[in-house]
Ligand binder design. Sequence first.
Ligand SMILES: Nc1nc2c(c(=O)[nH]1)N[C@H]1C(S)=C(S)[C@@H](COP(=O)(O)O)O[C@H]1N2
Ligand SMILES: [Mo]
Length: 360
Amino acid sequence: MWGKRDGFVVHDRAPFNAEPSRSALAEGAITAIDTFYSRNHGPVPDIERREWRLVVTGLVGQDLTLTFDELTSRFIPRSVVATLQCAGNRRAGLAEVREIPGEDPWGPCATSTAEWRGVRLCDVLDAAGAHTGDDLHVAFTAPDVSSLADPPQPYGSSIPAAKARSDEVLLAWEMNSAPLPRVHGGPVRVVVPGYIGARSVKWVTGITVQPRPSDNYFQATAYRILPPDADPDTAGPGDGISLSSVALNCDILEPDDGATVSAGPLTVRGYAFAGDDRGVARVDVSLDGGRTWCQADLEPEQSPWSWRLWSLCATVAGPVTITARAWDTTGAMQPESAAALWNPKGYANNSWARVHLHAN
Ligand SMILES: Nc1nc2c(c(=O)[nH]1)N[C@H]1C(S)=C(S)[C@@H](COP(=O)(O)O)O[C@H]1N2
Ligand SMILES: [Mo]
């Protein structure tokens, strides 16, 4: 479906929600388009490039409407390698602690990395004479109507103006040098590197500069960390903690959880990602449940907005649990247990990664 390779884990067909297998995601630091996870809250729109329009409004000098040709020719294009990570990535680990009804049990592969090409959002804001001020917000709207929202509404979100004006935030029409596929937001999507995937609005058609965050359901009510005793069905706008930058995270991609491998040397591989203005500084791997640790080799940083793949050669025998944890450039480290992080919507599980295998 949607051009994804065999072996995809499809959580829902409509709306389409699917992640690659661990081994597929491990194939490269840039994720192939047929391997990139996809997260949708409604039907995938079908918009021709020549019909697409972008309207920039709100606190601007003058409303600005751009066609696809105008967007791509009036501003200087640039490319950014950036990782997208869904706030629901690794939710399955939280659901093991306590059930999370109504949300997909994403494994560790609701994250992928691409080279995005587009124009800087700040250049388009400037062309509209957008007001500046770090207390403002830039809201995005899209045409896909989600019946999962309460009440049903088109998808939308917002980011603070300071982030919106940062160089890395793009209006992108290419992914890995190919036209942006429909399922990933073609003709044009927002890419907000370092923030949860939910802010990278696909099929963007509206940008509004405003004094407050978006009141869209997916900004005001969903994608917020509620306290463990809250009822997510009665939570309303503004409840809980709004998610923005991605929490420091890592997981193991090879070997797969539950794998049987030959006893002896084994290469363990995975990813680590630190959101927004932090980087991955170190990844530790333990074969004894966290009593002792070895440092993994980090692949070179592709961009400040990208994950880092890591690997470690270990020697294994019998039943083994491999544990991994990352440290970021501020000296922060992932929390040990998913139990401590459990929240009713199952967001932002960044507890230590574990896979169990048998080596014989
Ligand atoms: N218009 C629109 N944009 C959207 C979504 C959506 O459902 N509709 N899902 C968001 C979420 S939660 C994520 S994680 C990313 C997923 O992007 P992808 O499908 O390209 O991987 O898109 C974001 N942008
Ligand atoms: Mo997401």
